[in-house]
Design a protein around this ligand. Structure first.
Ligand SMILES: CC(C)(COP(=O)(O)OP(=O)(O)OC[C@H]1O[C@@H](n2cnc3c(N)ncnc32)[C@H](O)[C@@H]1OP(=O)(O)O)[C@@H](O)C(=O)NCCC(=O)NCCS
Length: 209
């Protein structure tokens, strides 16, 4: 199976102190890889710390709950020791309906989080660029998210692409952003985002012999 590192140039960026400080030694080296089942505990711990206890009450969570992420679109950042220091996942959704009334496939991005010890060193940006590039390579038409526009605009996400769409719960319109991976993908789309991901299977309990 292909890994992100097969497809994309490996993200092994050394980040240095700011310009006014001598770059004596790299402050951090990290890699971006596909998430594995072994990452779940560390990922959830990071999200609890980064997003706080209310993270599961967000409207976005309604589109993720009991679903698996879109195929091949869950990524982690690791430090030089392999410890998880960042996470981002994308989810299959329908972005309302097309003018002809058909559900419009798209992706919802989030949560994105980076260990606070590594903030400001480009880890979040590397996760975002990897996620967007890989979604595009896989042929997806658009990525939507709810987040701070001043951060996400640098990756091409803007609120004007979601004006005729709604989240399934309270949301701030100026934080509801989208990036088209295929030009015009969201044009004419309207309505509410709905979950379209594969449901988590519930393994039936085995009866005692
Ligand atoms: C937001 C987050 C993912 C950014 O990760 P990161 O690895 O620090 O990001 P990068 O190093 O790629 O980018 C840092 C830059 O983004 C800016 N930035 C970070 N958060 C920002 C925000 N909310 N709004 C605007 N700019 C922001 C920083 O000021 C910095 O700017 P600079 O390059 O001009 O110095 C990280 O701070 C985090 O996990 N925050 C807590 C969880 C969270 O808020 N997630 C996003 C949900 S909307």
């Amino acid at each position: 199976m292909l890994t992100v590192l097969d497809i994309l140039p490996p993200v092994r960026e050394a980040t240095y102190p700011k310009d006014d400080v001598l770059p004596v030694a790299p402050k951090s080296v990290y890699t971006i890889e596909r998430e594995t089942p072994a990452d779940v505990v560390a990922r959830e711990r990071l999200l609890d710390i980064a997003m706080g206890p209310d993270r599961r009450k967000k409207s976005s969570e309604k589109l993720r709950r009991n679903r698996v992420p879109a195929e091949g679109l869950a990524f982690v950042a690791r430090d030089e020791n392999g410890q998880l220091i960042g996470t981002v996942r994308l989810w299959d959704v329908h972005a309302g309906i097309t003018p002809k009334g058909a559900p419009l496939p798209a992706l919802l991005l989030g949560p994105l989080a980076v260990d606070s010890a590594y903030e400001g060193r480009g880890v979040g940006g590397a996760l975002m660029r990897t996620a967007v590039m890989e979604a595009k390579r896989l042929g997806h038409g658009a990525v939507l998210l709810v987040g701070d526009a001043p951060y996400y605009e640098r990756f091409g996400f803007f609120a004007d692409k979601t004006e005729t769409l709604m989240m399934p719960g309270p949301f701030q319109r100026d934080r509801f952003l989208a990036l088209e991976l295929i030009d015009g993908w969201l044009q004419g789309a309207s309505g509410m985002l709905t979950a379209a991901g594969i449901k988590l299977s519930r393994t039936p309990l085995r009866k005692a012999a």
